[in-house]
Ligand binder design. Sequence first.
Ligand code: AMP
Ligand code: MG
Length: 404
Amino acid sequence: MLPIERGLEIVMSVAKVKDRPDRMLAEIVPLRDAVRRILRENVLSDADSPPFDKAIRDGFAVRFEDLKPIPAVLSVVGESRAGRAADVTVEHGQCCEIMTGAPLPAGANAVVMVENTERISPSSVRILKATQENEGLLRRGAEARQGELILRPGRPIGLADLGLLAGTGKSTVLVSSKPNVAVIATGDELVEVEETPKPDQIRNSNSYTICAQVEEAGARPLPLGIARDNLDDLRHKIRQGLEHDILIVSGGVSMGKYDLVAKAFAEFGVEILFDKIAMKPGKPTVFGHRGQTYVFGLPGNPISTMVAFHMFVRPLILFLLKADNTAPKILDAKLETPAKCDPERAALVPALVRFDAGQYWIRTAPWKGSSDLVGLSRANALIMIPRRSGTLEAGENAQFLLME
Ligand code: AMP
Ligand code: MG
């Protein structure tokens, strides 16, 4: 059985060979649709930011040298407001009323906030507190210079990036096109969510979780419904799925008599690179490829499917999107309860994590195994328990994946 890291290396090495420059194109999208997409262009600031010396307080623009001794009485020679600069020069002994976001008038070199002043008359003000040069203002270009590189390709566009793009006049943005990911659920026992299962049936939940994971990773899910546990049905659906960038089949990959997915993959000439990972849950995870399509068979149990997706499919999607960072995000915590290790397989166990006193603390959550969505939904993380003998003791460090 392959360790998780080795499995991931195999997926990525296939992707590196297969990913031709003309695949996974980029497309131009309106800014409003750009959040969370992967940026594919260098973005330069179209102007100095801020574009002028700008007040960041409401108050009075002054010459800081005038505020010795304090209090100091200054004459008010104008008003500068956001969107309407004052056409004055502040001379010795003078000041200009100013609002946040307004341009600093010539001659002034600091802004005293209104809380530290006392208006004496319409034309004079008493300044109660001294100030330093450049206090209460931001100089032109302090955040970025015109032509400066402010965003590089490969970033997922975050909220700050979105605001930055808007601020620099990018109404459209070049981002990676979304890979198409076909999703097939398998099983004679499955019914759709709207249906009432008979005593020996269950509802198809994997199609929902996988499609949501595909979307979260930045790709486009194409749910192809349920294939029954017979070769005809599997062939029919797999043929459709192989038309897309990635095909994910859930269930039917274990050792049962009706686990026919591997056989169906073989019929289509899918080259299988692994079919077992030393991981619990998620052992019967299958990965292969055919032509331009990456093919996954994920174990049917709901938690196994989710975990296997997270470890192997998500990094592949991020790679195809040309994202800078493709690795699963793994964090460190102190273990609050002991956790038993398995010498055969690394385990990913539902857990409760909290942040306290500058670090994460984690303990395993009650759960009944790889089908227990109730247990998982009450957890907020998955602890990664290393493949080894013995026990990970309370107080030891443990790695975990944070779940949303
Ligand atoms: P399998 O990998 O096909 O042997 O399935 C393992 C377990 O996962 C069985 O209990 C299945 O009923 C269950 N299962 C398989 N597919 C799904 C699905 N799409 N939604 C929910 N449970 C599933
Ligand atoms: Mg099955």
